[in-house]
Structure formats: C-alpha cells, structure tokens
Design a protein around this ligand. Structure first.
Ligand code: MUC
Ligand code: MG
Length: 367
C-alpha cells in the first residue's frame, strides 16, 4: 500500500469540435495523467484538466506542483492515508485538479488492493447514472442538430445549454429552439459561466419563463455579491454554484450567503474524498447537487461516474458525463459507452482506469 513513486504526464488530444462557453473554450484536451505507483507494483491513475479561467492552473503548473511539492509529500505514505494527504497537500493553497487527481489515483490503488470497485467502496448506491449532455455556444440550428444526434445515438434526454453571451437574446433563442424542436421530451437547464450581469440574467430568465428550465448555473459572477443575492432571490429554479463553490468552505459561504441554492460536485476538482465532504455538506444544508463536468476525458469521466453512481443524492439528477464524446481519441483501453442515456461505473477492482499504453505513448508530450 506504500506509495513509491508518482508521475505527472502531460498529454494532448484534440477535440473534433471545440467547446465554447462564456469563460473560455477548449480545442485540445491538454491534460495531465497522474500515476501513483506502490511498492507492491500496483498503479493508480486519474487525470487533471487544467482550466486557467476557472482555477488558475495550467498543464505545466500541474506537472510542476505534483513533481515539486505533492509527490515528495505523498511518497512513503499509504494510499489509505487520505487525511494525512489532505493535511500535507493542504499546506499548498489552490491547485485543486492536481490534488483531486492524486486523491482519485490513491483510491484507484486502494480498490485494487481490496479487490473492490471504488464506486462500491464509496457507497455503492447504483451501478450507473443518467447522463446530461453539455451544448457549447453555436447557432440555434447547430445546437438543435447536436442535441438530436446525441439523443438518437446515446439516448440522452437532458441538456445543459451554455449561455452568457451578449446580447442575452442569442442564448434565449437557442433554448427556445431546443424546446420547440423536442417539446416536453427533454430536460433543459442553463449555465452562464459568469457571462451576464445580474440584470441581464434576470431579463433572460423572465424571457425563458415558459421554457421549463430545471436549473440555472453561475449566470453572473458570485463576486458581484449583492447582485448575485438579488438574482438568486428571484430565480424560479435552483441556482447552481459551480466555479464559485469549489470546496466545502466556499459552498457554505455561497449557500448561507444566499448566493446559490444548489451545488455542482466535480471530482476533477475535489477528487473522491473532498467530493464526499461537499456532498455531505450539501445534504446537511438541504440543497440539491448535480454531478458536473470539467470537460473531462474518459479517465476523468470514469471518475465522475464512479462517484456519482456511488451515492443516492448524486443519482437523482443526470450527471454531466458526455463531453468526451467530442474528443478525437482517448486513453482508456476499453472506451466508455453511453447507452440508453446512461453510463455505468466499472465493476473491476479500483476505478477501472486501465489505459491503452500505445495511445499514451502517442499523445504524451514529455518524450
Ligand atoms: C461548467 O459546468 O462550467 C466549463 C468551464 C468550467 O470550469 O467547467 C466547464 C463546464
Ligand atoms: Mg458550470
């Protein structure tokens, strides 16, 4: 169980189609594969996605912080020493996706040692989750066509629409076109990635009042503190905190301050251990959760569904688990399959993040 060596391997896989949203865009998955090797020859793996516009991390900064600070802090400990890891890594502020990947890679090893799938160790509530697909900025016809393709091929009927453009009517037109194309057969919610002001958000919500949205996420910046509270008071559906609530303290502040009424849980930034803290906090506060996506590849998505399927509260809503569909290739030896709108956690010991080593050799950027 003793951690002997930790690697941080940068890799790049292009997207077939870029994902565009109010705070940025992703054209290539320039992520970092984190590998935890134990003295017994076991290997735990997870991926860290740099999102500078969300967390300030870059691919190079993740590699550097793992190699210089986090690996030396974890080598020699047991993969089961999660509280010790948290204390040691917590001495460095920030760097959430680097910390999260290390936590999930350690859980992957723990599952292998115990001979149990990690989703069973975490809670084992369900074997799979319903999937929600994220639609990035484009013209209404293109977004309707994508939703239609994803529904036909994968049976997905829940869509998160990226909003936050100016004028806001551009996005209202998209949501209206989706509702008109699919009627009541689909669930729709929106994510603004802080693109609008409070008043633009309020006007957009009023104009979408007849479109049956189920959630609204980060429509305006949480740092506009009073504007955010004003908006959340008027919001007719749960208002989801995503990038404004990336750890338990921020969740507490945003919810108790009246700046959000639901929480996005992302394993990419809180791993399995800290995601449980966020989840249990949300349950204690009595607010809904949604399993979010950090535009993860298949390894990251496997970690999201491992966590999401494990707990009752996270399975209530569809999890955002489909961004990998837009990648031109990926690293898992056995690719993920979304069927009948659902994605299953793996039943093998660990998280099941077993890679195609030839693909890693092709896409890694450090040699
Ligand atoms: C999301 O839910 O916001 C886009 C930026 C980011 O930080 O996460 C994605 C999706
Ligand atoms: Mg979001």
């Amino acid at each position: 169980l003793t951690i002997e060596r930790i690697e941080a391997i940068p890799f790049a896989i292009p997207y077939r189609k870029p994902l565009r949203f109010a705070s940025g865009e992703v054209r290539t998955a320039e992520h970092v594969l984190v590998r935890v090797h134990t003295a017994g020859g076991l290997l735990g793996q997870a991926e860290a996605p740099p999102r500078p516009y969300t967390y300030g991390e870059t691919q190079a900064s993740i590699v550097a912080v793992v190699e210089q600070l986090f690996a030396p802090a974890m080598v020699g400990t047991s993969v089961l020493d999660r509280e010790e890891h948290r204390a040691r890594l917590g001495r460095t502020v920030g760097n959430p996706t680097a910390k999260a990947a290390l936590d999930m890679a350690a859980w992957d090893v723990a599952g292998q040692v115990l001979g149990q799938p990690v989703h069973r160790l975490l809670g084992g509530y369900a074997a799979s989750m319903r999937v929600a697909h994220m639609l990035g900025f484009d013209d209404p016809e293109v977004m309707v066509e994508e939703a239609s393709r994803v529904r036909e091929r994968h049976g997905i009927t829940t869509f998160k629409v990226k909003v936050g453009r100016r004028p806001y009517q551009l996005d209202v037109a998209v949501v209206r076109a989706l509702r008109e194309a699919f009627g009541e057969d689909i669930e729709l919610y929106v994510d603004g990635n802080r693109g609008w002001t409070a008043s633009e958000s309020a006007r957009a919500l009023a104009e979408m009042a007849d479109l049956g949205l189920t959630l609204a996420e980060e429509l305006n910046p949480a740092d506009d503190v009073l504007g955010r509270r004003w908006l959340v008071e008027r919001c007719p559906v749960p208002f989801v905190a995503d990038e404004s609530a990336t750890n338990p303290a921020e969740v507490t502040r945003e919810i108790l301050g009246g700046s959000a009424t639901a929480v996005s849980v992302k394993t990419a930034r809180t791993g399995f251990s800290e995601s449980q803290r966020v989840l249990h906090l949300a349950e204690g506060l009595g607010v809904e959760v949604v399993v979010g996506n950090q535009i993860d590849g298949q390894v990251g998505t496997l970690c999201s569904v491992t966590f999401g399927a494990a707990h009752a509260t996270t399975t209530r809503r569809a999890g955002e688990l489909s961004n990998f569909l837009d990648m031109s290739d990926d690293l898992l030896a056995e690719p993920l399959q979304i069927t009948d709108g659902r994605l299953a956690a793996r039943t093998v010991p660990g998280t099941g993040a077993v890679l195609d080593e030839d693909k890693l050799t092709r896409y890694r950027q450090d040699r």
